[in-house]
Design a protein around this ligand. Structure first.
Ligand code: FAD
Ligand code: FES
Length: 261
């Protein structure tokens, strides 16, 4: 384990009303899309954030609570700390097309994965879901990477009217039997999991659990017998088959097992 390195924020790009990309004066020599860092706000806390770009190191952060709100109040030039990378990332299949399914703040690792797929010449479709058009992050980044972008909004203000997983099914996005890569809210991940099993196609799913150490010693991120920070956060669809807590329960900061809302 490394101690956090303290660096300055060099750029902040507003993606939506609540989501911004934070670019740090740092780079990660070796990492995989889907891996994460522990981001530290001195005097406040340290939280897991997926790598959206390794060089310069960038994270896409949704403002949801005390830590992320405090980060959103930081300005270019502010100091933050980071350590990592941690966890097991996505492993791009060499054969066939890729379908990236993303919702909410799950978009960060997908930007990195789409960039890696583009470097490797893998035909990529990105299915991006949000509540409304104003909440769709990073669409232009995916387009600039040459991905085929399919939008879905809950209110129908842009693209498909409904959940992104219904768009995937109804618009025939799995007809070409792509490998599916997903990151986002757990109900969306459960739907992707079911879809991959039913269609018998390969899939990898990035799961979130409350994390403290980030590298396998505290046990906080337990998902049945798995540690999300070390065995994941990216799991093959088959690895999640039969995992009782997936889609059902998570652990609070004190380790209490609670139902997923
Ligand atoms: C591997 C991984 C990668 C992540 N990547 C991103 C990302 O790229 N962008 C992004 O915006 N968010 C990401 N998150 C979620 C992010 O860590 C939480 O949103 C953040 O910690 C919320 O803290 P808060 O104080 O702002 O909100 P809170 O009000 O404390 O919590 C809001 C939500 O975040 C969860 N959360 C709080 N603390 C933690 C923690 N230590 N570990 C995990 N979840 C926590 C809570 O359970 C709750 O669901 C990731 C989480 C994990 C596990
Ligand atoms: S966060 Fe400590 S074991 Fe996973």
């Amino acid at each position: 384990m490394s101690l956090p390195e303290t660096v300055r924020i060099t750029e902040i790009r507003r993606e939506t009303r609540s989501i911004s990309t934070f670019v740090l004066d740092a780079e990660i020599a070796q990492s995989e899309p889907g891996q994460f860092i522990m981001l530290w706000l001195p005097g406040l806390d340290e939280k897991p954030m997926s790598i959206a770009c390794p060089s310069p190191l960038s994270v896409v952060v949704d403002r949801v609570g005390p830590f992320t709100m405090a980060l959103h109040e930081r300005r270019v030039g502010s100091l933050v700390g980071w350590r990592g990378p941690y966890g097991r990332g996505f492993r791009l299949a060499e054969e066939g097309p890729a379908l990236l399914v993303s919702g909410g703040c799950g978009v960060g690792p997908m930007v990195y994965l789409a960039a890696r797929a583009s470097e490797q010449g893998i035909p990529t479709t990105v299915a991006l879901g949000a509540r409304s058009t104003a909440a769709l992050p990073c669409a232009s980044e995916f387009q600039a990477l040459g991905a085929n972008l399919v939008l879905a909004t809950d209110d129908g203000s842009d693209g498909y009217h409904g959940y992104v997983t219904d768009a995937v099914r109804e618009l025939g996005l799995i007809d070409a039997r792509p490998t599916v890569y997903a990151c986002g809210p757990e109900p969306m991940l459960v739907a992707v999991h079911r879809l991959c099993l039913e269609a018998r196609i390969g899939g990898q799913i990035s799961v979130e659990r409350y994390m403290k150490c980030g590298f396998g010693i505290c046990g906080q991120c337990a998902l049945d017998g798995l540690l999300v920070c070390q065995d994941g956060p990216v799991f093959d669809v088959q690895e999640l088959d039969g995992v009782r807590d997936f889609g059902h329960a998570h652990r609070s900061a004190t380790g209490r097992r609670l139902p997923l809302r």
